[in-house]
Ligand binder design. Structure first.
Ligand code: FE2
Ligand code: FE2
Length: 148
């Protein structure tokens, strides 16, 4: 990112990233040695860059809010009782984000579809949703393979 892009990214992210409710994501491991908070930050950065470089013209505020909250499910999915985590957590994250930050119906659907094609019919319906599901997959794979 250029210095200007970096500054803009931080300006868009600062409030959510420093919110005490979001800081709870630091307690949970997402992949390898990466916490959910760090993962959320990496996915946000990736989504922001993809949007810029592809000239996708997604709404940056919406994109970053959804990217940062896409895994806001707030539990340790490695513990017992979370066998259906992959399928269930996007909906849980969307509901938590709605409860804590009052996100819109559309933002809920962007978060809920981030695991597409799991399930196949929870389809990303806008450019923000497509960018998020792609950015999450790239970051998740990289974290799983290389960040142990
Ligand atoms: Fe996720
Ligand atoms: Fe994720």
């Amino acid at each position: 990112m250029t210095q200007l892009e970096e500054m803009k990214f931080h300006r868009l992210m600062d409030r959510l990233a420093s919110d005490p409710r979001c800081l709870r994501m630091k307690r949970y491991i997402q992949h390898g040695s990466v916490t959910t908070y760090e993962h959320a930050m990496r996915v946000s950065r990736m989504a922001y860059v993809v949007n810029l470089r592809m000239h996708a013209h997604a709404d940056e505020t919406k994109l970053l809010r959804c990217a940062f909250l896409h895994d806001y499910f707030l539990y340790d999915w490695h513990e017992k009782g979370h066998d259906d985590h992959a399928l269930y957590h996007p909906v849980k994250a969307a509901e938590n984000a709605r409860r804590d930050f009052g996100i819109s119906e559309q933002e809920m659907s962007i978060i809920a579809s981030h695991m597409w094609p799991l399930p196949p019919l929870r389809i990303p319906m806008c450019r923000e949703a497509w960018i998020l599901t792609a950015a999450d997959k790239v970051c998740s794979l990289e974290e799983t393979l290389f960040r142990r």
